[in-house]
Design a protein around this ligand. Structure first.
Ligand SMILES: C[S@@+](CC[C@H](N)C(=O)[O-])C[C@H]1O[C@@H](n2cnc3c(N)ncnc32)[C@H](O)[C@@H]1O
Length: 202
């Protein structure tokens, strides 16, 4: 992905073999400390499986959701049959009306690509799917990001981010603002919130 133009095949190729995202690792560590070493996860915008493969390696059952079939096909090829259980679902975020119950909802660098008008519903579905004590891990895009002006991108002000996080225990919220590059090496200004949230145990 050189810009926000959704060249997903090129993106999958550029990131193949890269390690899992640190937000996923933070959430897994937090769950492990509480005694949950493996459970049920949803990976939203799983792509070719950078995070899903790590979850499977650790014995998790994963529902990998993505709007691009090519990534899910690659993920199915890479997932070993001896690892945790993988289910894939080819569907756009904008079409999702239900998410099953999960211990972890992971969305690495994917929610910004949800159409803004569909984002509130998706964010609500994520919360509904999390069991009490479950974690959300992922990124939200900030308003200063170069991609934020694209009308198809979901990006948020600091106030909006705070409001999205209400009702969760905040385990990690790290704001990142810097000039950098995309996965395919194009210069861009990044403004991200790296987030791990815990659904309040009820
Ligand atoms: C930047 S990639 C991130 C992939 C992976 N999570 C990672 O961390 O490398 C974004 C992923 O979100 C998916 N995606 C983008 N827009 C989507 C949408 N509206 N509905 C479902 N998936 C979408 C893309 O197909 C792509 O696999």
């Amino acid at each position: 992905m050189d810009d926000a133009s959704r060249d997903w095949q090129g993106y999958y190729k550029a990131v193949e073999g890269r390690p899992p995202r640190h937000t996923l690792l933070w959430a897994l560590e937090a769950l492990e400390i509480e005694g949950l070493a493996r459970g049920v996860a949803i990976d939203l915008g799983a792509g070719a499986g950078r995070d899903t493969l790590e979850l499977l390696r650790r014995g998790w059952s994963v529902l990998a959701i993505d709007g691009a079939a090519s990534g899910l096909r690659r993920l199915e090829q890479l997932a070993s049959p001896t690892e945790g259980k993988l289910t894939t679902r080819h569907i756009a975020f904008e079409e999702v009306v239900h998410l099953p119950s999960a211990d972890l909802v992971n969305a690495s660098f994917s929610l910004p690509f949800c159409q803004p008008e569909a984002f509130p519903r998706l964010w609500k579905l994520i919360r509904l799917s999390l069991r009490p004590g479950g974690r959300f891990a992922g990124q939200l895009l900030g308003k200063r990001d170069d991609w934020a002006s694209d009308p198809g991108i979901s990006a948020f002000s600091e106030t909006e981010v705070r409001s999205l996080l209400e009702g969760y225990q905040l385990e990690r919220v790290e704001e990142e603002k810097h000039a950098g590059t995309t996965a395919k090496g194009k210069s861009k200004f990044w403004h991200l919130y790296h987030i791990v949230l815990k659904r309040e145990p009820t």
